[in-house]
Design a protein around this ligand. Sequence first.
Ligand code: SF4
Ligand code: SF4
Length: 404
Amino acid sequence: MGRRAFIKTGTLAGLGLGLTGFGAAVSTPESQSPHIRRYPLLGRTGLQISDISFGADRLSRGQEQLVHHAYAAGINYFDTAETYRDGDSEITLGLALRGKRHQVHLASKTLAWADARREDLMRALEGSLRRLQTDYVDIYFNHAVNDLERLRNPEWHAFVEAAKRQGKIRFTGVSGHAGHLQECLDYAIDSGQFDVILCAYNFGQDPRFYQRFLSGFDVVARQPDLPRIIKKARSRGVGVIAMKTLMGARLNDMRPYEVGGATYAQAAFRWVLSNPDVDGLIVSMTSNEAINEFVAASGFRALESEDLPLLQRYAQLNAGSYCRNGCNTCQESCPYGVAIPDVLRTRMYAVDYHDTRMARSEYAMITRNATACLSCSGRPCAGACPYGVRIAELTAATHLLLTG
Ligand code: SF4
Ligand code: SF4
């Protein structure tokens, strides 16, 4: 077997690289498939999760087989939310994991607003438990936080205390990927009230990548604090899970360049997991082939030699159109307060992920959407993005795409 096939299919899995007993009894041909090779501790929770785990944001009814495939590959952490597929993601996970609940860790999320009341939050949690067919979730996240008041809400904390006492939640977390991500994460870690952070983190947001490999580009990463925050989380025992690790997930664009033995996705995962302060990552899993490709990157703690050229190529291809989640530099430029990064994130779901359903659902939750862009000259935000993203053009098009 050539090196390329060796790395792509992850056949290293069967060679004793830290394989745990989880899922080890799979039969041929599953035993030929890639398998998770590392189960790091998730901060102080004591949970050991697969370093590459299942993001269920695109999991629909009838897709239990995908969950079974991931489980057979050794994935033991499944991340969902009440809003994913309008609850269908939780329902599908519940069906797929019947009889396996104690072999896996489940996380779900709710949008706990700054004025949420504890009884409403408890109802939301109980709805998730019903759909997931379980008595408890291992981690319950305050979902997509971009506002400190949502973390300070005493009702959230009273709810968490009650839910933990009743055994419905084991640990709590905060997830985020928008403009105020850094200050929200700092607050969550410093408060000592959150056990896990789930945040957008990829090579495109790490200034070290650009300093070292793309210094000739007219781009500057705008999340210089993220590595510091992740390091702080680690030092305080807060678990760190990365998401949005593929920087837009335009995987097909990269196939012609994957000639050195690695795939772009594997390179991007290895970049994230080579940070010793990151415990693991989640990624949307939408086919058995994607699961095999992703899981093949499990167990690596450093980049392979083929990885950097792929990451560099991807950054070159997407430098002018990818909105860095959490950057927020352009936000003040819009006199109408359009939530530009949020709008562009939903565009990524629709255009890059080809997931119009999720994009529409997320777009509908944006309070300041891009309605104003339809009648705006576009001059205020022209040139506001240091990466050259064509904001006015993309936001207006996103509104039409997701509301038409
Ligand atoms: S459009 Fe540009 S400036 Fe605005 S959030 Fe995205 S990357 Fe940052
Ligand atoms: S086009 Fe106008 S309304 Fe839309 S983001 Fe730019 S400045 Fe704001």
